[in-house]
Design a protein around this ligand. Structure first.
Ligand code: SF4
Length: 218
């Protein structure tokens, strides 16, 4: 293999969680070849090393097999969703799928993880993610600033409660773009929030971007 690059491969957001079929795993192995490294990341993506010149062809083949392919590195990762054990409707599968389509693979100053839980049990550990959405009955609460790494760990804090489904994508995109526009160099998202304050982020991402009527803000 000449020049190499890494692609992030994941299974679709679905009931049951990060499920791969035997055929999909077989396709990955066959397409990338025996000399490639395949890494299981802690954020539910496989990092697959491929020849740079074959990247687009391989990505297309994997997508044809029902897999998702995104860039690796300093980007938003695919949505880290729960297993939807309460069923697609109750746990908000459609909302999570739309969110994943909108947010996965956006270049950011540092890698960002965005979590989703279909109920308050939060078995996907949403409050340890940079941005988290938790479905509460028929509405959604939005949290920011979870930091699981290092010795100064912290839970994400509530930014807005009671969002309706249509507000999720605009709110999360507004947060990401505000971070991109205002971060200093490779400033981590948690540090960024501490510097600019939760209130400023709330104003930029929620109050100036959404019709806030009916949203119970923190
Ligand atoms: S967060 Fe709730 S709906 Fe999702 S897998 Fe956990 S318990 Fe089930």
């Amino acid at each position: 293999m000449g020049e190499k690059t890494v692609i992030a491969v994941s299974s679709p957001i679905q009931v049951g969680g990060s499920l791969f079929t035997p055929e999909q795993l077989e396709r990955i192995g066959t397409i990338v070849g025996s000399s490639s490294k395949i890494e299981m990341t802690p954020f539910r993506q496989l990092y697959v090393e491929v020849a740079a010149e074959d990247r687009d062809m391989i990505a297309e083949e994997l997508m044809r097999a029902g897999l998702e392919v995104h860039p690796a590195g300093f980007v938003t990762k695919s949505l880290i969703a729960c297993n939807f054990c309460k069923g697609a409707e109750d746990a908000g599968l459609a909302a999570a799928v739309r969110l994943n389509e909108a947010i996965a693979g956006i270049e950011t100053p540092t890698p960002m993880k965005i979590g989703y839980a279909g109920c308050a049990l939060g078995t996907s550990e949403p409050l340890l993610k940079d941005i988290a959405i938790v479905k509460m009955r028929d509405r959604f609460d939005l949290y920011v600033g979870g930091e699981p790494k290092g010795l100064k760990t912290s839970f994400a804090e509530l930014l807005a409660a009671g969002l309706v489904e249509e507000q999720l994508v605009p709110a999360v995109l507004a947060i990401i773009h505000f971070y991109k526009a205002n971060a200093k160099g490779k400033e981590k998202f948690k540090k960024f929030i501490l510097r600019i304050s939760l209130e400023e982020l709330k104003k930029a991402a929620i109050e100036e971007n959404l019709d806030v009527k009916g949203i119970a803000q923190s």
